[in-house]
Design a protein. Structure first.
Length: 389
């Protein structure tokens, strides 16, 4: 269902490198890079404000594109400079205080958990960790047992940075809605490789990035906020875009999710990210999800056949992120040797996922993340390279 030859032609670097670092930053297809260049050239030739004025149709189209991608309304979408800041805009805007409880899981990303720790120290709320089930993912039954009237927020990561685990986000959403608890989902590693539907998942807030599986530029991110939840969030900071100065001592928030945006932003990045969404939609997220999962399964099986290699992914359902270790070889050493051969991977460190990796006695992992433009031939070459290290 996917025209791989065309897509690889749209990704010229495929002829030079094997890119298995899509969970870090993927490769932009030609139409996305062209959109980025077009705005930057206008900024250079005409000026920044003039370039933005010229790009208005694409800027406004960003909201419709993301609404269609996530099954949300355009006014529930905000453009934010990165996924962490998008997550922060919701979390730091919640009115959490002494006696409140927030539930998360050991798969949580470092930046999110650091924010939880900081605000817990400031305001006195408690952090509860839901146990994992036998697959290593969120135990939904245990989650429901932990819910109390003091539970004000469930904040989890859909796909963790350190492995192929896909948490049961929709099952969590069903519980959150049943008990009337706010639900914040970090979808940084899932949007673009998985068909994510906020209505089906049932989350109230969702944050994500452009540079990973959406194949957009760096320094771009997005936020979904369910319309009915807007008034429950007090944006942690405002400016003349997110709010209107209505009188000497009064102001009003912008309508919809735009109250979480900044006036100054990366215009070229926003336009290119909108193009990246349209590119993915044209292929079909269901087709992308199927192909990525298949390639990752092939990679896991092939790596498992190498002596001394142990695949470390958890979860009943897995995605395009494949993590492994090789006996006697430091993951960073493996990363460096592969890079010398024109193969891109990354390393997941304990400092990015301490709750998970420390419990498994793992200081780091090699992270190889495939995307739909990758091929089984590349997997074979990759596996041979790992064997030779």
């Amino acid at each position: 269902m996917i025209d791989i030859e065309k897509i690889r032609a749209d990704t010229p670097s495929c002829q030079e490198i094997i890119h298995f670092n899509n969970a870090g930053a993927s490769l932009m297809p030609k139409p996305v890079f062209a959109a980025l260049q077009r705005v930057l050239e206008d900024e250079n030739r005409l000026g920044g404000y003039e370039a933005e004025r010229r790009a208005q149709p694409d800027i406004q189209g960003f909201y419709a594109a993301f609404g269609a991608l996530l099954n949300a309304d355009p006014d529930e979408i905000a453009y934010v400079e990165n996924a962490t800041r998008a997550w922060d805009m919701v979390f730091y805007g919640l009115r959490l205080g002494k006696g409140d409880r927030v539930i998360t899981h050991s798969s949580e990303y470092a930046s999110n958990y650091l924010a939880l720790l900081q605000q817990s120290r400031r305001f006195g709320f408690e952090i509860d960790l839901v146990p994992s089930d036998r697959f290593g993912q969120i135990d939904v039954e245990q989650l429901e047992a932990m819910l109390t009237p003091q539970t004000k927020l469930i904040a989890i990561t859909h796909v963790p940075t350190q492995g192929g685990l896909v948490n049961p986000a929709a099952a969590v959403g069903e519980l959150a809605q049943k008990h009337g608890i706010a639900y914040l989902l970090d979808a940084c590693q899932s949007v673009g490789q998985i068909d994510v539907d906020v209505a089906q998942i049932g989350c109230d807030f969702l944050s994500g990035t452009g540079r990973k599986f959406l194949r957009g530029p760096r320094g771009t991110g997005f936020l979904y906020v369910r319309r009915s939840m807007l008034e429950r969030i007090d944006p942690p900071f405002v400016d003349l875009l997110s709010a209107k100065w209505t009188a000497h001592n009064s102001y009003e928030f912008a309508a919809g999710a735009k109250r979480f945006e900044n006036w100054e932003s990366n215009v070229a990045g926003r336009v290119a990210l909108g193009e990246a969404v349209r590119y993915a939609k044209a292929i079909g997220l269901n087709h992308i999800e199927t192909r990525v999962a298949k390639l990752a399964d092939v990679l896991r099986e092939a790596l498992s056949d190498i002596k001394g290699v142990q695949v470390r992914d958890l979860g009943q359902t897995k995605c395009g992120i494949v993590t492994f270790t090789k006996e006697g070889r430091d993951p960073q050493f493996i990363e460096e040797r592969l890079r010398e051969k024109g193969i891109n991977v990354s390393v997941a460190l304990m400092t990015s996922a301490r709750l998970d990796l420390e419990a498994r006695n793992l200081s780091s992992l090699v992270r190889a993340s495939v995307h739909y433009f990758n091929t089984e031939d590349e997997i074979s070459r990759f596996v041979q390279a790992v064997k030779n290290i």
